[in-house]
Write a protein that binds this ligand. Structure first.
Ligand code: APR
Ligand code: PHB
Length: 392
């Protein structure tokens, strides 16, 4: 270390202040385990990101355990089912009736805000050039802020820095196996201050492409349409978006939908991705740093929550009993749940999007899948069980 450099020590260094890093930090802090979060962006930037908004019951229970569910219980919208639409034909999946479970609609941005507000331990925002060192031995992390280099020594590093983060990229490539599917399309999303068109979500398949009617509150809606992967958001005026969305919905829904000026509009690519294993020495990966799901099953945030619940429990066990069994099992245990969510997200994506490269045969298979679902309680139960969340 040179003059002008600062040194700190903690038990767990957490890279990334998204929902995964914040939740892990909160669970560790509640258990008396010292942790520091290092985030590349500003807090305002992190809170400005619009992401999905469907919480499994297990995620709600975790937010309760973390002591941050007050506003969620007041403002979250409990949904007992969801609607599917295929070329205008509707099917309601009754989660509560089929599997006795439900989901709660509450924006990921709000989850992040609540976790940030609850945080009492140190968070460093706008930390530049975060680097991970010696994580196969005695780990430490460095970053720069205001021209000063900082060093944080730690027992463990939690890589919660998303798909583009530094943590996974720091692991020697020969130590990781990655699995990936990139879909030839993205979702163009619009946020609008108008009441949702329906009480529940509508996932719609149409020859022109997938569409989703979602919501954030009784007065704020979120809508999506499938667009080609190389589409530019600038080519989509609000009017073009609403026209395209209406064409993909059944006539009654298209008629009832209230439109207005968008308050956010962006395109998200669709990808399935898993890195294995989730551990390299003293470094653990969790959340989007380890895996990506296409948003169709609303699994991204929920998977991040279940990863960090498992990782927190393993770290708590380690510090309480100096037992490393939980840490040793973390990767296999988390991956088993991750791959099931990958399968479900891939399945829902395959059912509902248009894949021109699959031709007329592919469309008939999709139609048959929808008809099977419509007529089979077993198939509906499978959807409901996966959508509301498989057990951890
Ligand atoms: N150094 C420090 N922080 C970084 C770095 C870096 N090199 N790279 C990325 N980060 C930060 C990002 O700025 C972001 O705030 O890590 C955070 C990662 O947060 P998310 O991307 O939200 O990932 P995660 O917490 O795993 O949450 C998963 O987010 O992307 C959605 O669909 C996904 O809902 C899921 C959830
Ligand atoms: C959303 O509201 O943004 C949303 C909801 C359900 C999904 C994906 C996104 O499957």
């Amino acid at each position: 270390m040179q003059e002008g450099e600062e040194m700190m020590r903690t038990q767990v260094a957490i890279i990334g202040s998204g929902p995964a890093g914040l939740m892990l930090g909160q669970l560790l802090t509640l258990a008396g385990i010292d942790n520091v979060i290092l985030e590349r962006k500003s807090a305002d930037y992190v809170l400005g990101r619009i992401r999905a908004g469907v919480l499994e019951q297990g995620s709600v229970e975790l937010l309760q355990r973390a002591g941050v569910a007050g506003r969620l219980h007041r403002e979250g919208l409990v949904h007992h089912g969801t609607d599917l639409s295929f070329d205008g034909d509707r099917l309601r999946i009754d989660f509560t009736g089929l599997v006795g479970r439900h989901v709660t609609v509450y924006g990921q941005t709000e989850v992040t805000r609540d976790l940030m507000a609850a945080r009492t331990a140190t968070s460093v925002y706008e930390g530049e050039d975060v680097e991970l060192h010696d994580f196969d031995g005695q780990p430490w992390v460095t970053w720069k802020k205001d021209g000063v280099t900082h060093r944080l020594d730690c027992d463990y590093i939690a890589g919660c820095d998303g798909y583009h983060g530094v943590s996974r990229a720091s692991i020697p490539s020969e130590a990781l196996t990655t699995f990936e599917r990139v879909y030839p399309f993205g979702w163009l999303g619009v946020l609008v201050d108008k009441p949702p068109v329906a009480e529940e979500l509508i996932y719609a398949h149409h020859e022109r492409g997938f569409a989703l009617c979602s919501q954030r509150s009784p007065t704020r809606s979120r809508y999506y349409v499938q667009v080609p992967a190389d589409e530019k958001v600038e080519s989509w005026s609000d009017d073009r978006f609403w026209d395209e969305l209406r064409r993909r919905l059944d006539p009654a829904t298209a008629e009832a939908m209230q439109t207005g000026a968008s308050i956010e509009k962006s395109i998200a690519p669709l990808r399935s991705f898993v890195a294995e294993p989730l551990r390299f020495g003293k470094l653990f990966l969790a959340g989007d740093a380890a895996h990506i799901v296409p948003p169709t099953g609303a699994k991204g945030l929920n998977l991040a929550m279940s990863d960090v619940a498992m990782l927190a429990d393993a770290l708590i066990e380690f510090y309480a009993e100096r037992a490393s069994a939980g840490l040793d099992n973390y990767s296999a245990k988390a991956l088993s749940r991750i791959w099931k969510a990958e399968r479900f997200s891939w399945w829902m994506t395959s059912l509902l999007h248009t894949f021109p490269e699959n031709g007329p045969f592919g469309r008939r298979i999709q139609r048959a899948e929808f008809d099977y679902l419509s007529g089979s309680v077993a198939a509906q139960q499978s959807l409901a069980e996966n959508y509301t969340g498989l057990p951890a």
